[in-house]
Design a protein around this ligand. Structure first.
Ligand SMILES: [Ca+2]
Ligand SMILES: [Ca+2]
Length: 309
């Protein structure tokens, strides 16, 4: 650890700054200002809750919705503000169990600006009662309806052959890459702490932050919610890790099976419309202008202490 520097020095000390050009001193002042701008943009706010039923997480779900703004219709194009949601319940039987869900279903058939990827073999939305197929992924393992529950009845979502789903953002209905300010997901049957997570990546594929969903704490069929709002559109990709195993086995021997329900996320905005931000540019411009002004000002002859402002 660095010890804090004294606020002022004894007058008898020969200041090193007398050998440093004034513009360089100004740069030392300006750089923390620019750094603080970056930190302010990246400060995320998390919303999380868990429990035995939808009521246990409803408050945090609604608070996250309010932070993102009003719900936009499932139409092509970016609304610029507000949020989108996917609850899976309107997916037709032809795109649900026993059939796979196309990775781009929610950017083509129902344009909501997200395309999925997975290290596994694909994606599946669970069946509705009356469809003839078992609900809550009982088609994969007959024990699963005893583990999982819905937040929005009746359909749930999972990757196949993996417990990882990547969500990439686009201007809804287009191939134009987009950014979002926040993303949240409802999970069911989170048993282990520090396992089910959301990891956020920026336009350069750098990790913005990783956050864990809280365990349900009520045995099977619990619900957990985790949402993270970065305040500005800086998220290019979200990696969702659900439990610690792909669906298939019984839940035993340290295996924690988890599937997903509602996705809630900020309106996708075209990358070109989000970087650089005018506010950041203005502040950056002011700092650079200050550097130039100081550099051009002639120094006083015989000055001994330099600028310590
Ligand atoms: Ca649902
Ligand atoms: Ca589980």
């Amino acid at each position: 650890m660095h010890s804090p520097k004294p606020a002022s020095r004894p007058a008898s000390n020969r200041s090193p700054s007398r050998w440093i050009p004034r513009w360089a001193t100004a740069a030392v002042v300006a750089l923390p200002i620019l750094a603080s701008i970056g930190l302010a943009e990246a400060a995320p706010v998390t919303f999380s809750a868990s429990g035995a039923n939808p009521a246990a997480i409803q408050g945090q779900v609604d608070a996250f919705r309010a932070a993102l703004g009003g719900l936009n219709p499932n139409l092509a194009g970016s609304a610029g503000t507000g949020r989108r949601e996917i609850n899976w319940d309107g997916v037709p039987d032809a795109r649900s169990v026993p059939n796979p869900l196309p990775a781009d279903f929610f950017n083509t058939t129902s344009p909501r600006g997200v395309v999925f990827a997975t290290p596994g073999t694909g994606f599946q939305v669970s069946a509705n009662p009356g469809s003839g197929a078992p609900v809550e992924f009982g088609n994969i393992n007959a024990s699963y309806p005893g583990y999982f529950a819905t937040f929005s009845p009746q359909r749930l979502f999972t990757a196949l052959g993996s417990n990882v789903v990547d969500v990439d953002f686009f201007v809804p209905g287009s191939t134009t890459p987009a950014l979002t300010r926040g993303f949240g997901a409802v999970f069911t049957d989170v048993d282990l702490a520090n396992t089910t997570s959301l990891a956020f990546f920026d336009v350069n594929n750098l990790l913005l932050g990783s956050f864990f969903a809280p365990p349900g704490l009520t045995g099977s069929e619990s619900l957990s919610f985790l949402g993270v709002d970065f305040g500005t559109a800086v998220i290019s990709r979200v990696r969702i890790t659900s439990g610690n195993s792909a669906l298939g086995p019984n839940e035993a021997g340290g295996i924690d099976l988890v599937v997903m329900d509602d996705f809630i996320y900020g309106e996708p905005i075209a990358r070109a419309a989000t970087v650089p931000e005018p506010g950041t540019l203005a502040l950056f411009g002011s700092a650079v202008a200050g550097l130039v002004a100081l550099r051009r000002r002639p120094g006083k002859a015989g000055e001994s202490t330099g600028a310590h402002t």
